[in-house]
Write a protein that binds this ligand. Structure first.
Ligand SMILES: Nc1ncnc2c1ncn2[C@@H]1O[C@H](COP(=O)(O)OP(=O)(O)O)[C@@H](O)[C@H]1O
Ligand SMILES: [Mg+2]
Length: 316
């Protein structure tokens, strides 16, 4: 992966102690969407396993808000341990996991970790001294609303920031795709530049725009991707990205989004009142602000004004 050499090195170095049976350095990888967090975590873990096949690894995506049972079930499955869903208790899964972790070096990746509802999962993970834990989130304040015990047990965690790519970096990433990905189409670098300048640092949007444009050019039998197709595809990529983000929101966020949709512009106080009256177990005001920031990062919500006179609305 281009332009992530330092990050790759840091992550690899932090994992390495597990190969000698020593405690690794746990990590929180954070940064806006499309900055290569998930891809890099997978890449480094795969490299480590190629080099040291005894390493076990498991990845859980917080999307869908998995329960503690589901988290352990998926981790064990990734480690080729298949268990019956019915009639197996969570504690049994935890025991199986612990036993494996005692015997073999292990890496656990919790992606979109802020969506995992059961705090106990994080508490568990902080306790396995020899398991390397990689947490991934858009924001670094994931511990803010959690129990003090969890925060303090992850006190040695290393935070690794993945910044939004700048335009030049995105052009490099796109050029790389053109070189290895596009078959018969070619594309002018002026057009790549155009994609890069509109993608707000998000490699996913940039790459998808290019892919969509290439597919359209191919169905039209064009050898070169014209500028109009790029523009058209860019809007489609942004729309697709938005609708995926929408689907992935948790129930609390969906409720907040609905209020904005119905009311247009809303101040935090009003938003909280309506939200509180509409959901079963509303979270704190502080959580609401975090949810809104997260939706802002995902390109769904606009946040205007200073702290005193904040106004939320939907992004168009
Ligand atoms: N530095 C990079 N070089 C090449 N491809 C990248 C790079 N960063 C991200 N990508 C690609 O962009 C897409 C989004 O990356 P992803 O890791 O899913 O982002 P995040 O998890 O931060 O939202 C993926 O297809 C990924 O392979
Ligand atoms: Mg990701």
């Amino acid at each position: 992966m281009l332009h992530r050499g330092n990050e790759r090195q840091v992550i690899a170095d932090n994992l390495r102690p597990i190969l000698e049976g020593f405690p690794p350095i746990d990590m929180l990888i954070y940064g806006p969407p499309g900055t290569g967090k998930s891809a890099m975590a997978q890449y480094v873990v795969e490299e480590l396993k190629k080099h040291s096949p005894q390493v076990l690894s498991g990845t859980v995506d917080g999307f869908g808000q998995p329960s503690r049972f589901e988290v352990y079930y998926k981790l064990l499955r990734d480690m080729n341990e298949f268990v019956m869903r019915d009639g197996t208790s969570t504690e049994k899964l935890v025991d199986m996991f612990e036993e494996k972790a005692r015997k073999q070096p292990m890496v656990v990746v919790l992606d979109e970790v802020d969506q995992i509802k059961d705090e106990k999962v994080l508490f568990d993970m902080s306790r396995y001294q020899k398991v390397a834990v990689i947490l991934i989130a858009n924001r670094r304040d994931i511990f803010a609303s959690l129990d003090d015990r969890i925060r303090s047990s992850f006190s040695g965690i290393e935070e690794i920031r993945f910044k939004a790519y700048d335009e030049k970096e995105l052009v490099d990433i796109l050029e790389d795709r053109v070189k290895y990905g596009l078959r018969n189409n070619s594309v002018r670098s002026r057009e790549l530049q155009k994609i890069a300048s509109h993608a707000s640092g998000d490699a996913r949007i940039a790459i998808n725009s290019l892919k969509l444009a290439a597919q359209k050019a191919e169905t039209k039998g064009l050898k070169e991707i014209p500028g109009e197709l790029i523009e058209e595809s860019f809007s489609t990529a942004v729309e697709q990205n938005k609708s995926v983000s929408l689907q992935k929101l948790n129930d609390q966020q969906k409720a907040l989004y609905k209020v904005l949709k119905e009311r247009g512009e809303v101040r935090p106080g009003e938003l909280y009142e309506v939200y509180e009256s509409q959901v079963d177990s509303p979270r704190s005001k502080r959580s609401m602000r975090r949810y809104m920031k997260d939706m802002h990062d995902k390109g769904l919500v606009d946040i205007r004004g200073s702290t005193q006179d904040r106004i939320y609305s939907l992004q168009d």
